[in-house]
Design a protein around this ligand. Sequence first.
Ligand SMILES: [Zn+2]
Length: 432
Amino acid sequence: MPTIGIDSVSAYLPGYRLNQGLAAELAVPPELPLAAPDEDGLTMAWEALRHLDVTEAPLVLRVPGGDLEPRAVAAHLATSGPLRTPSAVLPLSARTGATAALTAAPGGVAVLADHGRPADPADPPSPDGALALRLGTGRAAEILAVETLPVLAYDRWRDTEPTGPPDPRFVEETLLATDGGELLDRLVKRAGRTRDDLAGVVLSACVPVRAPRWAARWQVPAVWTAGPEYAAGRLAAATLRTAFERLVAAGPGSLVAVLELGWGGDALLLRAGPDIAETVRIEARASLDEYGYRLWTRTLSTSDSAMWTSPAKLRREAPALVGLTGTRCATCADVAFPPRHTCDLCGGTDLAPTELARTGTVVSHNLDRLFAAPDRDVQMVVVDLDGGGRFFGQLAAGSSRWAEVDDRVTLALRRLHDGGDLPHYFWKAVLP
Ligand SMILES: [Zn+2]
């Protein structure tokens, strides 16, 4: 196969953390990255995409979340900026692995988000995050080979009890020893390489695996997994992020294989490009050990789903609100947001749409104790945007402190509320 170039990579890791007591109780690593209550698959995709320099491209989306419509995601990404014109959108199911997502987007942009919340608050949450990449030149990396191994495997998920749960150890042995070994051999052979050429293998299997054991068994320098054991097989963004982190560490020319196993498997062979260090960007939001997790999982199931606004009003106003577009007065040059028909300052009516800056300075704030936020009071801020225009809205959830006058902030797209059973998004102020 011809090699597929990867031009640049951008990953986003949210900053919420469980507090230590709850992390211990749920048996999860305390450093587990979790989306804030106002983040979801869409907003994390937005965060990952905004550092890629793309305007128009076919888009492949793997954004889990029961209430997210793929076309709504694409519309928000297009209106709010990071990808101005998605020329075609290929939505992928939340079960799509990293290999399939990457190879489905030749010449375009692939966005993968891991996002979920356990239905039962007593279950551990899996790590959240997103990764976006642009295909094109091989500055960041190249896909040297892709292999897939479809396998019929009806009976082998269970050991003795026909109705019992799958036995992870049994599955690990059959899955990794047979399918994994065969897939890895076929992958390196297809690229004219051997296992000795690899810096290591990133492994995502549908069961927890003992990685060091498989490094020895497969005779490769290292086997890495992404995320904790109980999230096995569910993480596509984290799997690819791990592969790119390893390629950066191993340097230009190094080879990392990605193996995704379960009912056979898919595999990728990645080679680090000449500019791997400069073209892979991983943004981890500063961690915050303050989390109303229990309260939030309870709140999620409540019916905050009354229609907040009319469809007509939404259609009229949403493009300018989500697009962060205001108006500039031709007479006195005042910039207003939301857009006006008449200038607030001079009464002029010659107003033209103007795109607003996404950075600014806090000029006023107060606390809203009535907004239905799951974790704590919501701070409302007034921000004078650079280049004109005044923004009034919430401070993003997961901020490490309250905003103060003269704080510099950035605006980011976040989840505002649910209405009519659909999530609604608006800009919020984020402290550095
Ligand atoms: Zn004016």
